[in-house]
Write a protein that binds this ligand. Structure first.
Ligand code: NAD
Ligand code: IPM
Ligand code: MN
Length: 355
């Protein structure tokens, strides 16, 4: 029967609380839909590992991970133990680059019954995808500090855009837009102020659009785009942005649908030259970690995205449908969604709704 090797990396904080719920639902889906999941748990890429070994991952981490069909990831970071730029650049950001996961795909969807912070919006009004460039752009290792500690101190970090890097994520976004009924793509830019890389981004969007005559497209500067997310979220279908803009938009979008706690993501290598990585959009949430109150839906929905990527489309849709049924019920929702459930109650409810 069909079998998938999944590398499991829970990470820090609530990563350890939501991961078991994601696994619970993944295992239930496997039983129901007749496939096998072979889990390989990895006890690295978390801040206690760093405190013990002076690095986030072993030197041979790539060999240890091997060739899984996908990576299922929780969240990394605990700034009181390790500075964020160290813990993240030595783990998640390294995975994205080493495995060429150049698309970060993040849905924004208002779910039935979930209280929406924007007045007068109903499910269906907010339903779009963010396609975030995931391996270059503002997240760059080009730059440095000059004259450190002196009056002449200078810090520089260059934004890097390559033609290959920009075009491949734009192609993915246009393909996605072309496959949706509305065939609409919005590009995030800031070409009025960032006068080299952003005009380049705009020019590549325009060039790529020529290949997709059926896709209606527009662009907004990032400042007004954030306002449009709040004022007119029904306007969007596929939104594509650079690494940093996509990062910001993919917290804002889900927040407009009630919470970032339900938002999933796929860090996808569409060429399949390496594994893709699936994780919630949120982080390790030190402020609520250890209390058993984290929303597990972002992790569970990420499992659905992973199964979709692996070709288990029926199982993936069934999980999303189960999530929808659970979120409609306040006693099964966590408190970020004005519910009363704890993490396990919500996760078990999705497991049950699936059967
Ligand atoms: P965060 O996403 O961890 O938390 C932001 C806020 O949202 C907090 O108030 C938190 O309690 C709440 N929240 C997040 N997830 C939730 C959930 N599932 N249920 C209920 N509430 C939830 O962002 P942050 O506080 O900026 O970062 C904390 C740490 O996580 C930092 O080290 C940061 O670098 C890291 N981080 C990691 C990832 C990742 O691994 N992909 C993503 C974002 C942040
Ligand atoms: C995300 C996170 C990461 C990012 C951080 C933790 C480096 O915010 O996955 O959205 O900025 O990509
Ligand atoms: Mn983010």
């Amino acid at each position: 029967s069909r079998s998938y090797k999944i590398a499991v990396i829970p990470g820090d904080g609530i990563g350890n609380e939501v991961m078991p719920e994601g696994i619970r639902v993944l295992e239930k889906a496997a039983r129901l839909f007749g496939f096998n999941v072979e889990q390989q748990w990895h006890d690295f890429a978390h801040c206690d590992y760093y405190l013990k070994h002076g690095r986030m991952m072993p030197e041979d981490w790539k060999d240890q991970i091997g060739k899984p069909d996908a990576i299922f990831f929780g969240a990394v970071g605990w700034p009181a133990k390790v500075p964020d730029h160290i813990s993240l650049w030595q783990s998640l950001l390294q995975f994205r680059r080493e495995y060429d996961q150049y698309v970060n795909l993040r849905p924004v969807r208002l779910m039935p019954g979930v209280p929406c912070p924007l007045a007068g919006r109903k499910p269906g009004d907010i339903d779009f995808w963010i396609v975030r460039e995931n391996t270059e752009g503002e997240y760059s290792s080009v730059g440095g500090t000059m004259f450190p500690g002196t009056e002449r101190e200078v810090v520089i970090q260059e934004t890097v855009m390559t033609r290959v890097g920009v075009d491949r994520v734009l192609r993915y976004a246009f393909e996605l837009a072309n496959s949706r009924p509305n065939r609409h793509l919005t590009s995030a830019t800031k070409s009025n102020g960032i006068a080299v890389t952003m005009p380049y981004w705009d020019a590549r969007v325009e060039a790529m659009a020529a290949n997709y005559p059926d896709v209606r497209w527009d662009k907004y500067h990032i400042d007004i785009l954030t306002a449009q997310f709040v004022l007119n979220p029904d306007r969007f279908d596929v939104v594509v942005g650079s690494n940093l803009f996509g990062d910001i938009l993919s917290d804002l979008g889900p927040a407009c649908t009630g919470t970032i706690g339900i938002a999933p993501s796929g860090n996808i290598n569409p060429d399949r030259t390496g594994p893709s990585l699936f994780e919630p959009v949120h982080g390790s949430a030190p402020d609520i970690a250890g209390q058993g109150i984290a929303n597990p839906v972002g992790q569970i929905w990420s499992a659905a995205m992973m199964l979709e990527h692996l070709g288990e489309t029926e199982a993936a849709s069934a999980i999303v449908a189960a999530i929808e049924r659970v979120l409609a019920e306040p006693s099964l929702r966590t408190r970020d969604l004005k519910g009363t459930a704890d993490t396990g109650t919500c996760g078990k409810a999705v497991e049950e709704a699936l059967g």
